[in-house]
Write a protein that binds this ligand. Structure first.
Ligand SMILES: C[S@@+](CC[C@H](N)C(=O)[O-])C[C@H]1O[C@@H](n2cnc3c(N)ncnc32)[C@H](O)[C@@H]1O
Length: 365
């Protein structure tokens, strides 16, 4: 059952990602494996997959509670002009806010193409079937459940989904009346002060920022893992006034088909743009030689070491011919003056243990 579900899931995801035209890629699977084409290491295509089912299938309870907490902080009768939801994920909160607040324009931005393409289709009124794979299935059928995802109604044309980086959002300064960052600021790799300055830049004068979700920062530098009190201070120093915050306990990611569920004490911070935050250098996720492809690739020491070790890996793999033993390969290594035979045998063994273990792992889905 699971195998069949994985197959069907792969097909469904391929279909969903059709607009990315991945089918046009001509290089072999092995080439891409070698080059390890991937999203930033802390975010994968599937990292927030369960959110899809929470947003569009499990019922209204969780979604409504979040939307209530956010709308409670917004003056419901005011002109809500333009709203930006940064890190909108599968899009339900953005959808709920748009329908409740009837804004002129709501923009949902995320850098995960799977979540955003799905959100876009659902918002336009599509019904999509996708499997859910709960963390702790309640019954055997729950191991892989084909769910039906749909929005209560299409959103209309004043709602846009934008594929982009929240750290370099593709909008002019002063574009939005309200910016919402749901469950985002603590998972970004940047300092909260930089995120706050970017939100400040996006807001019109007197615009409102609503920072909702968790504050469980995971920076390597502990001094950047802010408490609520410190977060408020950082935001206040980034051109915001009238700061307010509340904390509420809500159910979180409670799949009806899983024994696993969370309860979270979420924080809702509201702040009004007071003045322009001090200008900061734009966030650079990667150096220009990587982004534009025009500058020479620097011959750093670490690259030189990696290049040499890759050549050794390739040499070891090329010695595998179905006949040679570890001992034969170690002898060849010595003949090539790469390592003394004894040392080589141990090193090749460690390397091939890793390769063997990798070959035993399932391909994933
Ligand atoms: C914890 S999830 C929250 C999703 C959604 N806001 C919700 O409440 O369900 C974080 C979201 O932020 C997105 N994200 C993370 N880093 C981002 C970045 N630099 N730019 C845009 N989106 C980002 C992820 O793809 C994911 O959808």
């Amino acid at each position: 059952m699971l195998r069949q579900a994985y197959r069907s899931h792969a097909g469904n995801l391929q279909e969903l990602l059709t607009p990315l035209e991945l089918g046009r890629l001509q290089a072999t699977h092995e080439s891409y494996l070698a080059l390890r084409t991937r999203l930033p290491s802390d975010q994968a295509l599937n990292t927030y997959y369960a959110n899809i089912h929470r947003d569009w299938e499990w019922g209204n309870d969780e979604n409504e509670r979040s939307a209530n907490l956010v709308t409670d902080t917004i003056n419901a009768s005011g002109n809500h002009g333009t709203i930006l939801v940064l890190g909108a994920g599968a899009g339900r909160l953005a959808y709920d806010l748009h329908t409740r607040l009837n804004s002129e324009l709501t923009v949902a931005l995320d850098f995960n193409p799977m979540l955003l393409l799905l959100a876009q289709r659902l918002m336009r009124g599509a019904t999509i079937k996708l499997h859910e794979f709960p963390i702790a299935p309640v019954t055997i059928e729950d191991c892989a459940r084909l769910g039906t995802l749909a929005a209560p109604a299409p959103v209309g044309d004043r709602f846009e989904c934008v594929l982009g980086d929240a750290l370099r959002p593709p909008f002019s300064a002063g574009s939005f009346n309200i910016v919402i960052t749901p469950w985002l600021v603590d998972i970004l790799p940047t300092d909260l002060g930089r995120t706050a300055a970017e939100v400040n830049r996006l807001l019109k004068p007197d615009g409102q920022w609503i920072c909702f979700g968790s504050l469980s920062f995971a920076h390597d530098r502990k001094s950047k893992c802010y408490s609520l009190e410190e977060s408020l201070a950082v935001i206040a120093q980034s051109g915001f006034k009238s700061l307010d915050s509340r904390q509420d306990e809500i159910p979180y990611m409670r799949s009806p088909y899983s024994r696993h569920a969370r309860q979270e004490k979420v924080v809702t911070i509201t702040a009004t743009k007071n003045e322009n935050a001090a200008r900061r250098q734009r966030h650079t996720a990667l150096p220009d030689w990587l982004v534009t492809g025009n500058d020479p690739v620097p011959q750093s020491q670490s690259f030189q070491v990696q290049a040499l070790s890759t050549r050794i890996h390739a040499f070891i793999m090329s010695m595998i011919d179905g006949k040679r033993s570890l001992r034969d390969m170690a002898l060849l290594m010595e003949q090539q003056r790469l390592m003394p035979q004894e040392e080589a045998q141990q090193a090749i063994r460690s390397f091939l243990i890793k390769m063997h273990e990798d070959s035993q792992k399932p391909a994933g889905h």
